[in-house]
Design a protein around this ligand. Structure first.
Ligand SMILES: Cc1cc2nc3c(=O)[nH]c(=O)nc-3n(C[C@H](O)[C@H](O)[C@H](O)COP(=O)(O)OP(=O)(O)OC[C@H]3O[C@@H](n4cnc5c(N)ncnc54)[C@H](O)[C@@H]3O)c2cc1C
Length: 287
């Protein structure tokens, strides 16, 4: 059982890990996929680098710094989180499951939306980004998941609790995983309907009629996990208090995922706040 599992090795996650480890806490950092920081060619406005530093170097240095301090850092894709009771969370990755007293979600703020005509118009009207949150509305109905990764499969599995009519649509991408669900690799031209989503139009001119579409591109983001756990959101950002605590005891969020200033210094600051508050929270739980 870890004191804290941190999802994300960007400036927010690593900063939190440093504060936790220095307080003697048992911490695991999990990361998978690109950080926003890695995409930055040159960071020229962060304290202490007179000639600037490449985002990639700053990112790798952060991970190295945490490892030098003894923080366990693993490259593993997190696909699900669950709450088992007070101070008892499970963090599921592709190959493992970890237990932790607290969780810090520091996955940056990506919401991958496919560039398909009609998607934006029907969000909330049959197009969803969270199977656990909205699957209930599609009991025994025909649904599709758009995606081609393990995350898409995991969303289809969640939907399987409410319906068996599920197709994975890869939108022209290949699909290399083993799936119990039918997979259609045709390119999608448009999605549409009248008031709610009713069809998907493929590039060969044929239409698939359906009642709901779940988008699950790339890896699951922090907002996807948060919604599943009932964490309060403000649009695509996670709502936190002044110590980065969400509405659920033991779950924290920091960095780009909480909105506001999308900069390294803010991510580092929030990571520190989250780490320190967890130290305090765990101490209170001991009494
Ligand atoms: C092109 C560009 C230029 C920029 N320039 C600047 C600049 O000059 N100055 C500045 O201050 N900021 C700049 N930024 C912004 C800065 O990079 C971000 O504000 C900062 O990286 C946010 O940190 P974060 O820790 O919240 O998230 P990120 O750095 O995005 O890190 C997210 C972490 O979460 C992990 N992750 C995501 N999903 C999963 C999953 N399912 N399982 C496991 N791990 C997962 C990723 O692997 C990564 O480790 C720039 C950003 C971009 C894109």
């Amino acid at each position: 059982m870890y004191d804290s599992v941190i999802i994300g090795a960007g400036p927010a996650g690593i900063s939190a890990a440093l504060y936790l480890k220095r307080a003697n806490k048992n911490v695991l950092v999990l990361y998978h996929g690109e950080s926003q920081l890695e995409k930055a060619h040159l960071i020229d406005n962060y304290y202490g680098f007179p000639g600037g530093i490449s985002g990639k170097d700053l990112y790798n240095n952060g991970i190295k710094q945490a490892q030098n301090l003894g923080v366990e850092v693993k490259e593993e894709e997190v696909i699900n989180l669950s709450f088992n009771g007070p101070l008892d969370f499970s963090i599921k990755t592709l190959n493992n499951e970890y237990k932790s007293k607290t969780i810090i979600i520091a996955t940056g703020n990506k919401k991958l939306r496919p560039n398909i005509k009609g998607i934006v118009d029907f969000e909330g009207k049959g197009i969803s980004y969270c199977a656990i949150c909205d699957g209930f509305f599609y009991r025994k109905k025909k649904v599709a998941v758009i995606g081609n990764s393990n995350y898409a499969l995991s969303e289809a599995e969640d939907l399987h609790n409410v319906t068996s009519d599920i197709t994975i649509l890869t939108n022209g991408e290949s699909f290399d995983l083993k799936s119990e669900f039918p997979v259609d690799t045709r390119k999608i031209v448009e999605v549409g309907g009248e008031e709610k989503i009713q069809y998907v139009l493929f590039d060969d001119g044929s239409k698939m009629e359906l009642n709901g579409i779940f988008i699950a591109l790339g890896t699951a983001g922090g907002a996807d996990f948060a919604k599943k756990l009932g964490v309060m959101m403000n649009k695509d950002s996670i709502e936190v208090n002044e110590n980065m605590k969400t509405n659920i005891n033991g779950i924290y969020a920091c960095g780009n995922l909480t909105g506001g200033l999308l900069q390294v210094n803010k991510a580092v600051y929030e990571g520190a706040l989250a780490g320190l508050d967890i130290v305090k929270y765990l101490k209170e739980q001991e009494v």
